[in-house]
Write a new protein. Structure first.
Length: 737
């Protein structure tokens, strides 16, 4: 009664949509034992009926009931009638409110909580309700797309002294003209990049890969040649560097698209770099030269700029305007092809497609070849790692799904075409593709330290794999072609440490925007998943973003909404409870952490999780020598990285005081962790910021490993040099997914 009175009082001055109000009351709170349901058409009618109920009457179209919350609610299908739902809910049955709304987009509202007359009631439902009602917009999930806002910039820096203009095939004339307008500019062709050993002489890089003819097929064979050259330019230079990727044309050339993600994020990883992608539209050569000079002198640091009708704009993330929904419908009798489909989010999506869309034919591809179907039951019965991987696949087959599981090299067009032809002969036409294959490299976070082989492994399934899929499936009757991209492609601060992964996923987004051959491409820029996938992100930057990790249920619901939205590229998001949510800031160079929120670096493993068996104590003298040795080793590496005189470094000074990039510290921790064969707590350097403190921490947490790796004899100290990027590359290694 009191709650009905409070709600009526609140609604007298409220302005909200009836559907949003109903949705909030249905799903935004834990249901209590005493229940009231009212059917209404507008707010005044609802207020009148609430007033009548408070006065002791029985309003029209109202239902009441008292249920025992300790009993499991009965479930079952209901007719699409609000009265049926109201009667079922007040009688204690379980109802699916989302089905009643038939996919309509609703948002949560802030409404009065339950009145407990100031007395604290220790019930889970009572605790959960205020948190649900106070949740920010987006707690139920929302969709974000890239939108453009004017971004006037006043040039306030001088033009660089020496500029490298990187010419792509077909842009040589433009490169020469641009170089003539800039002081100390040189034009470098792809062949020259492979042999240039003095890339550190430049203050700026202007990459014209995005100005190549968009009608020409994208040539990615020299991607790693360009990457290696840029790595050397950044690593060896002692000066600030500005790096711009310039695109021209109504649709940016897809050759430049393979580089866009890197140019957007480099300035977030390195303080001495300013980098961005600049889209010039249909600019003339004269306009392009003038705008490039303006960008070189600009004082701001957006990740992505576009000139539209001569006006400078910057990319921002925001919720798109509400439009008609286009519910995905999978054609009956057709097969769904899922790359990366034998595990993780790819497999989760395949199972969801069977349950939600009635898909009865599946082709799942993965990295490793699986045993013949006749051998699956033995592996499953043995409960081996392989058996556990096979179990969900066998469950699909047991449901009557016609299943084909393949291992095919995604960058091998002939092999993929042959696999497609065989699958069609067995299953019939392919009605949809979900490209979920991917790989990330956590061992080499720093861009300038990423080896060529690692970069090839990361970009292979995304860039080369997508090119293969587009060519092989271009003539198929596809109802959908979904690409699983990443938030790292659009949020630069979350790409730090994942430069190659950001580059690969930004390419997926660009191809989805271009929709070659009219294919129904949609790219979904997934944030972190909590239950499935590559693991939940816990970094300070991720928490500062305000993005929550998705549960499987949230992710699949957002997938349906993304596919129905009509957007070609979309970021599904759930907002972290209590976050200061500003999606327009996600494209900023840095994400400022909420001062009231501490980073969650992940819990440190319990002692018995680290050392399940007793270990012999390390002799104190040996441990002291190992501490001295690892401290000296760390200072040697830092001096090498900073090109400092080793004598200028002291073990009691916080590393950040020397100006070392945090990404290089992360790289050093990865290397040291491999040397000790342990997992180093990510928070260790924040809590022990100097070399001496960190060495003492290692002695406390990993004494035996430290003594083994940095033994008593100084000659036993492991040698280490930073890995230098290879000077050139021909192409990508074979990748399967």
């Amino acid at each position: 009664m009191a709650q009905a009175r409070r709600l009526a009082a609140h609604l007298r001055s409220a302005a909200c949509a009836s559907r949003d109000l109903a949705w909030t009351l249905q799903t935004g709170r834990e249901a209590m034992a005493h229940r009231l349901a009212i059917r209404f058409t507008d707010l005044p009618e609802l207020v009148r009926r609430l007033d009548e109920f408070v006065a002791g009457g029985t309003p029209a179209d109202s239902w009441t009931g008292v249920v025992d919350p300790r009993k499991a609610p009965a479930a079952g299908p209901l007719p699409a009638d609000p009265a049926a739902y109201a009667e079922a809910w007040t009688s204690g049955r379980q109802v699916d409110w989302q089905a009643l709304h038939q996919g309509a987009r609703c948002r949560r509202l802030s409404l009065p909580g339950y009145p407990f007359d100031g007395e604290r009631v220790w019930l889970a439902a009572a605790d959960a309700e205020p948190a649900a009602l106070a949740a920010p917009a987006g707690a139920d999930g929302l969709l974000l797309t890239t939108q453009w806002e004017p971004a006037e910039s006043t040039p306030n820096t001088p033009l660089p002294g020496r500029t490298a203009v990187l010419a792509a095939p077909g842009t040589e004339g433009l490169a020469t003209r641009l170089a003539a307008t800039l002081p100390g500019a040189e034009v470098l062709t792809p062949d020259q990049l492979a042999t240039d050993t003095r890339s550190d002489r430049f203050d700026a890089v202007i990459d014209l890969a995005g100005c190549a003819d968009p009608d020409e097929p994208a040539d990615h064979s020299r991607l790693t040649t360009w990457v290696s050259w840029l790595q050397r330019a950044m690593d060896r230079s002692q000066r600030d560097l500005t790096a711009l990727l310039v695109s021209r044309g109504t649709v940016a050339g897809l050759g430049g698209a393979a580089r866009a993600g890197l140019y957007r994020m480099l300035q977030s990883e390195y303080r001495h770099v300013r980098s961005r992608q600049v889209e010039m539209g249909d600019a003339t050569d004269e306009q392009l030269c003038r705008w490039v000079a303006d960008e070189l002198r600009a004082g701001d640091s957006p990740a992505r700029i576009a000139y539209r009708d001569g006006v400078r704009h910057q990319a921002r993330l925001a919720e798109p305007a509400t439009g008609p929904r286009h519910e995905p419908r999978f054609p009956e009798g057709h097969a769904l092809w899922v790359t990366g489909g034998t595990r993780g989010v790819g497999l989760l999506t395949a199972r969801h497609s069977v349950a939600r869309h009635g898909v009865r034919k599946l082709v799942l591809t993965g990295r490793e070849a699986l045993p013949p179907r006749a051998e699956w039951s033995a592996h499953i019965a043995a409960d081996t790692a392989l058996g556990r991987k096979l179990r969900p696949l066998a469950e699909l087959a047991d449901q009557g799904v016609e299943l084909r599981v393949l291992s095919v090299a995604l960058d091998d067009k002939a092999a993929t075409a042959a696999a497609l032809a065989e699958a069609k002969s067995q299953l019939g036409p392919i009605g949809g593709v979900i490209h979920g294959a991917g790989f990330s490299d956590a061992e080499n976070p720093a861009f300038v330290r990423k080896p060529r082989s690692g970069i090839e492994r990361v970009i292979g399934p995304k860039i080369f794999g997508l090119d293969t899929l587009v060519e092989c499936f271009r003539h198929e009757p596809l109802a959908l072609f979904v690409l699983y991209s990443s938030v790292s492609a659009v949020v630069p601060a979350l790409a730090v440490g994942q430069s190659d992964y950001a580059m690969a996923n930004a390419y997926l987004d660009a191809v989805a925007e271009a929709r070659p051959y009219g294919l129904p491409l949609v790219s979904v820029q997934w944030p972190s998943w909590k239950d499935t996938g590559m693991g939940q992100a816990r970094s300070a930057a991720y928490q500062a973003s305000g993005l929550a990790a998705l549960t499987d249920e949230q992710g699949l619901d957002l997938l349906e909404r993304a596919l129905a939205s009509g957007a070609r590229v979309v970021l599904p998001a759930v907002v972290l409870p209590g976050a200061d949510w500003h999606p327009e800031r996600l494209t900023d160079r840095r994400l400022s952490p909420d001062p009231g929120r501490r980073p969650d670096p992940g819990r440190r493993p319990a002692p018995d999780a680290i050392a399940p068996a007793p270990q012999a104590a390390t002799p104190p003298d040996a441990l002291r020598k190992a501490v001295d040795a690892v401290a000296s080793w760390l200072l040697d590496q830092i001096a090498t990285e900073l090109r400092f005189d080793r004598a200028r470094l002291a073990g009691d000074v916080p590393l950040q005081d020397y100006g070392i990039e945090s990404i290089m510290i992360s790289q050093l921790m990865q290397t040291l962790g491999k040397q000790l064969d342990v997992s180093i707590d990510p928070s260790a350097l924040y809590e022990n910021p100097s070399v001496d403190e960190f060495a003492a921490y290692l002695a406390e947490e990993h004494p035996q490993e430290l003594a083994a790796a940095f033994g008593e004899d100084p000659a036993d100290t492991p040698a280490f040099t930073w890995a230098e990027p290879a000077p050139a590359a021909v192409g990508a290694a074979p990748v399967t997914a």
